[in-house]
Design a protein around this ligand. Structure first.
Ligand SMILES: Cc1cn([C@H]2C[C@H](O)[C@@H](COP(=O)(O)OP(=O)(O)OP(=O)(O)O)O2)c(=O)[nH]c1=O
Ligand SMILES: Nc1ncnc2c1ncn2[C@@H]1O[C@H](COP(=O)(O)OP(=O)(O)O)[C@@H](O)[C@H]1O
Ligand SMILES: [Mg+2]
Length: 177
């Protein structure tokens, strides 16, 4: 059987989405991920990146930096009253952090699942925190916990110019959705 012309397929696809109100997750959703100082010290950066790459997500921003207390207080503004906050600041400024922005469908929620519970003792096996850490105060990675949080954190840690728009040539089908 001959296949339908591309424009017919596109119109049918568009009509189907409109008629049935199918919501397709945006392939452009972004999240902020950081390998914390313990992860960098333990040379886990490559393994963390590998997890997101093999899942199929796209890296759009990456830098190694020494975090200032000022940046950290903005990043963790909701935690400043917590009893562990002073230790958290000391830990997060104790050495370099690898800051990243990743892109893909449903990425905020998926990365949270891949990172696992805040406390590694409660994280499921197979998550980054369960596989690489033992204690909540040294839990290797940060991942944004909501879409709004991701947007706020990306703007805080990155200059717009440092985020790259590029096409994964193997993902042209999904990027059209
Ligand atoms: C809740 C809690 C957090 N922390 C530390 C470890 C957490 O990674 C960090 C922030 O806590 P949270 O933001 O509550 O944990 P999180 O899983 O969202 O971690 P992150 O935001 O870094 O992705 O504070 C403690 O040291 N003790 C605690 O009781
Ligand atoms: N009870 C705790 N004791 C020490 N550090 C903590 C504790 N809870 C959270 N943290 C630290 O604060 C970070 C941020 O906390 P939170 O945003 O609540 O969790 P998550 O990192 O999972 O988003 C955690 O990743 C962890 O490093
Ligand atoms: Mg958090």
């Amino acid at each position: 059987m001959e296949s339908l012309p591309l424009y017919v397929t596109s119109i049918v696809l568009w009509l189907t989405k409109e008629l049935f109100q199918i919501s397709v997750p945006s392939a452009k959703e972004r999240t902020f991920i950081a390998v914390k100082p313990d992860g960098v010290q333990r040379r886990l950066v490559g393994q963390v990146i590998h997890r997101f790459e093999r899942r199929g997500f796209k890296l759009v921003g990456l830098k190694l930096l020494q975090v200032s207390k000022n940046l950290l207080s903005q990043h963790y503004c909701q935690l400043t009253k917590k009893p562990f906050y002073p230790d958290l600041v000391e830990y997060m400024t104790s050495g370099p952090v690898v800051a990243m922005v990743w892109e893909g469908p449903n990425i905020v929620q998926t990365c949270r699942m891949m990172v696992g519970h805040t406390n590694p003792a409660e994280a499921h096996a197979g998550t980054i925190r369960a596989d690489f850490s033992l204690h909540v105060s040294r839990n290797v990675v940060h991942a944004s916990d909501s879409l709004e949080g991701a947007q706020r954190e990306i703007m805080l840690w990155f200059d717009g110019h440092d985020l790259l728009k590029w096409d994964c040539i193997d993902q042209s089908v999904t990027s059209e959705l």
